[in-house]
Design a binder for this molecule. Sequence first.
Ligand SMILES: NC(=O)c1ccc[n+]([C@@H]2O[C@H](COP(=O)([O-])OP(=O)(O)OC[C@H]3O[C@@H](n4cnc5c(N)ncnc54)[C@H](O)[C@@H]3O)[C@@H](O)[C@H]2O)c1
Ligand SMILES: Nc1ncnc2c1ncn2[C@@H]1O[C@H](COP(=O)(O)O)[C@@H](O)[C@H]1O
Ligand SMILES: N[C@@H](CCC(=O)O)C(=O)O
Ligand SMILES: O=P(O)(O)OP(=O)(O)O
Length: 576
Amino acid sequence: MKIAIAQLNPTIGDIFGNSNLILEAAKKAEVEGANLLLTPELSLIGYPPRDLLIDPSFIAAAGAQLQQLAQALPPKLAVIVGTAVPNANAVQLGGKSLFNSAVLLQNGAVKKVFHKRLLPTYDVFDEDRYFEPGENSNYFSIGEAKIGVTICEDLWNNEEFWGKRSYAGDPVSDLAKLGVDLVVNLSASPYCAGKRGVRSAMLQHSVIRCGIPIIYANQIGGNDDIIFDGSSFAVNRKSDLIQVLASFETDFAVLEYDAAKQDLVGSNQQNAAGIEAAPLSFYPAEGDAEIWAALVLGVRDYVRKCGFSKVVLGLSGGIDSALVATIASCAIGPENVLGVLMPSPYSSDHSVNDALELARNLGVAIELLPIGDLMKTYDRTLANLFVNTPFGIAEENIQSRIRGNLLMAISNKFGHLLLSTGNKSEMAVGYCTLYGDMNGGLAVISDVPKTRVYSLCRWLNYGSENIKNQAELGKEIIPVNIISKAPSAELKPGQIDQDSLPDYDVLDDILQRSIENHESAQQIIAAGHDEAVVKRVVKLVRQAEFKRRQAAPGLKISDRAFGTGWRMPIAKVSSY
Ligand SMILES: NC(=O)c1ccc[n+]([C@@H]2O[C@H](COP(=O)([O-])OP(=O)(O)OC[C@H]3O[C@@H](n4cnc5c(N)ncnc54)[C@H](O)[C@@H]3O)[C@@H](O)[C@H]2O)c1
Ligand SMILES: Nc1ncnc2c1ncn2[C@@H]1O[C@H](COP(=O)(O)O)[C@@H](O)[C@H]1O
Ligand SMILES: N[C@@H](CCC(=O)O)C(=O)O
Ligand SMILES: O=P(O)(O)OP(=O)(O)O
């Protein structure tokens, strides 16, 4: 039996377009002689559909499209499609009105419907809000093979792997007890750094625990703040990784289920000469390369799926805007990126020169809009009101707001999406100006700590193979001075970030411990950090909640981002 995996990039709500993606994959699977095609979780409607699910017309449209798709598919091929299915018992028996389901289509009709049993309701997930959990173990047969069907979270309640149990049920071991030969999984599993390794280790562990090979089919693509990496894979009965699909790209693969051996055989398990290949791993490798690919996909898909073709951003000659401009150039092409240089009387000469050099290296267009005259007009207008007050944060922020205003004017005039450039360290402690540099439609690096911003830029200059490199350019992409100079907001003469903040390696370690590892201030101090610094940082993070709530959606690359999975109250006591 041959099983195909379609690692698709569905667009949320584009039921017709997604249906066509599935149909195309099915035609390819048929040509390659597949018996079964797997598609990702909710592949017909896109994941996460959020409150589109409470629109009855949306559910009706998905139901109608599912029927049409069933009729259009190659009749002999069994295809598993993910969609939301009405819960017929909801009215009489209560419960949520929908199931998150995997629908088996064959011979022009719906053959079976399987419901997701474990509904994630943590971090970015909100499935309890919409779905009723399925109660039954899900399986069907093709020929002699009995195939267990699971949907994403159904695989994640592996108590021995995690050391804890989150739910009452364990669909994989239930399927094992029913004697299935194979488990397939339809996923929409969001990316965060290092997650590919965690997924494969967890499923290899599940195979050992339950003794059944597993095929894992994940979606790829950016949907608002969430990036899906794909990285679908298969694990055989010996728990070897025998098939790995691309990360951050659409992909398609066909595997063989060998009924005699009762095991899976991957198509990239052997090289052309039939010799056993080296152990498979995910590409690009973990670290900067992986995060870079995620951010590029996140920008590309946000721009495309929101209907933009060009972006604009402020280019200060600093490292954050340099990184964002480079990501955008790679995502949508340098010809679609406009960098705006807006020097003030406080800007250093090198800020303009560094920004110009970066723009030349990337090949992006620039506009130079000095803001000195606008600053004077603001000063004159506010002079009577601000008389006898010292120059302070209000005046500093006016510069940022002038720039934010000019950028939004350009966005309005030419239809460019404004990218904001704040990194995670700044967003954490509120080192950014509301209605100033926080202006923008997409916060590209707001989940990237400043120390990672540096390592990504070094990697771009010295480690990357797949973008324009030094050899072609004759030198580094990011001008060396942008990396080596002290970060500065340049909002007053001689200002540097470290006048107000601890060194970024100290700040980022405290933030990582507090935000991602949930360590208390006492634990962070016990780990060796200065007490006063820790208390100040923790307090700044709490106080900046109101800013983060007004920030543009930011691409999630960590376990805990300031996005849809971060739900903090704003008006609260200062101790939390
Ligand atoms: N703009 C930049 O480019 C940039 C870059 C780096 C650092 N910075 C730094 O960032 C800081 C920005 O200054 P800021 O934070 O005082 O200015 P801000 O205008 O961004 O935020 C302060 C304002 O937020 C409002 N506010 C306060 N608490 C609130 C709440 N709970 N709910 C709603 N609104 C609330 C108040 O109106 C207050 O005036 C400065 O220290 C600046 O040097 C700016
Ligand atoms: N001089 C500048 N020209 C264009 N854009 C600028 C300039 N200074 C700041 N910006 C924009 O604002 C953000 C934040 O600046 P910080 O240097 O971190 O304060 C920067 O990334 C630019 O997009
Ligand atoms: N824990 C799963 C949940 C995904 C889902 O069920 O959609 C993940 O992060 O991949
Ligand atoms: O935001 P930028 O680009 O100005 O970077 P930095 O804050 O390091 O100056």
